[in-house]
Design a protein around this ligand. Structure first.
Ligand code: F6P
Length: 326
């Protein structure tokens, strides 16, 4: 067991629904284990500036059900530099913080890893990103909520698409990952799903649309992941429209609405479990790791072991999407 007394908690990178639930879990579990918990505002930006606040049990009341992050978030350019990280470490030392728990995506994890290598600051990362693009965990915090939000939007678009016999291209977030796209596409009954993990040519897409048109489809929805190699939803729609006039074509970009909103029960429970695990892991001497839940079991993944590999899309999801979109 470590003698850690003061633990800093922060959120970093793109916010994700459920981050508040994770902050609450870290604060409450930390206090349960007799630690002092210090909140760090605005991610690495706030760390560099010493923007700290002591957290009490009641500091995290009434946040479990809220989207966003009460500690705010940022993408810090300065922290990417060695000088920036040294400034951040000096602030942590001044505040007598002897361990860190950061909630964020792969960039946030990499930031903590560098701070650990350069200054030996122990840490546990909690994966919080709507993209679900980090290996070492079945799900990241926020992904379930964001995908449900996308499905809700897709259902609404289908109502209007059906009323006008239209073809819609709906762009979803995910950076370089097709997780939100593939699963919102299956759940929303898309005719085609374009993801970065798989090449889809315009010819293939038109063939697919042609086939569904000849089977009397009265509307069609194509889900496009923002990071796809074939281009944005707007670009793909333009190319398709030039050669395929069966439907009137429209484009909807869901954008940041996927980042907000009340977290689902799944994300709240995931965040709560990961928050407690992060405190218990740090106390047991885990460091340079990300907590993950794989097949319902809590695990700790070393940075070097998981960050050298991409998180693959489940191949069977692609197969199912194709079978069902005939
Ligand atoms: O990583 C989360 C995410 O929402 C991605 O899906 C998206 O590509 C990116 O962040 C958008 O970042 P920003 O909010 O900085 O525009």
């Amino acid at each position: 067991m470590t003698k850690m007394k003061r633990i800093g908690v922060f959120t970093s990178g793109g916010d994700a629904p459920g981050m508040n639930a994770a902050i609450r879990a870290v604060v409450r579990a930390g206090i349960f284990y007799k630690k002092e918990i210090i909140g760090i505002y605005r991610g690495y930006e706030g760390m560099i500036e010493g923007d700290f606040v002591p957290m009490e049990v009641r500091s995290v009341s009434n946040i479990l059900q809220r989207g966003g992050t009460m500690l705010k978030s940022a993408r810090s350019k300065e922290f990417l530099t060695k000088e920036g990280r040294t400034k951040a470490f000096e602030q942590l030392k001044k505040m007598k913080i002897d361990g860190l728990i950061g909630i964020g995506g792969d960039g946030s994890f990499a930031g903590m890893h560098h701070l650990y290598l350069e200054h030996k600051m122990p840490y546990v990362c909690i994966p919080g990103t709507i993209d679900n693009d980090i290996p070492g965990t079945d799900f990241t915090i926020g992904y379930d909520t964001a995908t449900n939000t996308a499905v809700n939007a897709i259902d609404k678009i289908r109502d209007t698409a059906l009323s006008h016999n239209r073809l819609f291209f709906i762009e979803v977030m995910g950076r370089d990952s097709g997780y939100i796209a593939i699963n919102s596409g299956i759940a929303g009954g898309a005719v085609a799903i374009i993801i970065p993990e798989e090449e889809t040519s315009i010819e293939e897409l038109i063939e697919k649309l042609d086939a569904s048109g000849s089977q009397n489809k009265t509307s069609s929805l194509v889900i496009v992941a923002e990071g796809g190699k074939s281009g944005s939803a707007m670009e793909i729609a333009k190319k398709v429209q030039e050669r395929f006039s069966y439907f009137d074509t429209k484009v909807t970009i869901l954008g940041h609405l996927q980042r907000g909103g009340t977290p689902t029960y799944f994300d709240r429970v995931l965040a709560s479990k990961m928050g407690v695990a992060a405190i218990e892991g740090l106390e047991a001497g885990q460091t340079d790791v990300m907590v993950g839940i794989v097949h319902k079991e809590v695990i700790f993944n070393k940075f070097d072991e998981i960050m050298s590999q991409p998180k693959d899309i489940h191949k069977d999801d692609l197969r199912i999407a194709k079978i069902l979109s005939i």
